[in-house]
Design a binder for this molecule. Sequence first.
Ligand SMILES: *Cc1c(COP(=O)(O)O)cnc(C)c1O
Length: 394
Amino acid sequence: MNYNVNEKGYYGDFGGAYIPEMLYPNVEELRQNYIKVMQEPEFQKEFNELLKEYVGRPTPLYFAKRFSEKYGVKIYLKREDLCHTGAHKVNNTIGQILMAKRLGKTRIIAETGAGQHGVATATVCALMGLECIVYMGAVDIKRQAPNVARMKMLGATVVSAESGSKTLKDATNEAIRDWINNPTDTHYIIGSVVGPHPYPDMVARFQSVISAEVKKQLLEKEGRENPDYVVACVGGGSNAAGIYYHYLDNPEVGIIAVEAAGKGIHSGESAATSALGKEGIIHGSKTLLMQTADGQITEPYSISAGLDYPGVGPMHANLFRSGRGEFISVTDADAMKAGLDLSKLEGIIPAIETSHALAIFNDRKFKKDDIIVINLSGRGDKDLNTYIEYFDLA
Ligand SMILES: *Cc1c(COP(=O)(O)O)cnc(C)c1O
């Protein structure tokens, strides 16, 4: 069984490119070129140099001794929180801005919900001197003022999406409309392993540097490339795709995906797509998504903005349906507790998204000698206000 994308852009039953006719030329141009461009030695060289000199890669694979002792297993943390801008997202935006330049694009658009992808995009646009327009729901602009300020400081134009619920979905619609109207000079940087083919595969390839590094680093530390499990939180699924990538077809390595159960899977306020989702089409690909009986997309909820998404990327839908991936969902309360735990035991304050992945050990038991690598997808600075209110730290 192959868990990667096939030539038609599918992961098993999921994926493809379900797009309006008018978007076809843009997506097709990318599809025809992305692998060719990524394989050019010059592209590789520039990508790897920027990852090293600008992002700060390789990120450490850190053995979390006290956290491990608490749960009686060996837990390594892949420190994506130490990337420039504080999370894994920049690996992808660096890759895509280089792609855009190779394709002769001079204008970059993106959509953002909480603002993390918008900041990562604005960052690389500043780096390359390209025009940057970020679409963001009006409600999110109010909720995420510091990230809006960051984007502006980095030179981006933030455009408010005023339709519908004025959140991520509406921002995405605006970005797609922009791309249709500006097909020749504009590249659309999507921030996770979602969207029409080839986006899920392209983003997974850019993020795959994470598991490529883990293989080398674990070999040095443990004498073997393969951990027993790789674990990541899943919003759209890009940090997860990155840490799974080089282990997908290796059955010796267990794959664990952690979703946000919000206030409980059956509370009506969650983002546990694998537990609640049904097959449908969102943002141009066929995948699992949370929807009502008549196919309306359900408004998701999670305390962490990055997991607050009603679908998962097609790679993850296939990992779930095929049984290759083990899917666990974690509530707000358990995630917050795990975040505080890691802070006290290791001196590392994680992003609340990441805290979900750190929270699996109370319910999911492992063997004593198991080696588990968790993708520490981001740092908690952006979430400090949520931690402060939740634990009454002020
Ligand atoms: C955005 C984000 C996520 C969720 O996105 P994925 O594409 O699922 O990785 C997870 N962790 C952090 C720190 C984020 O910023």
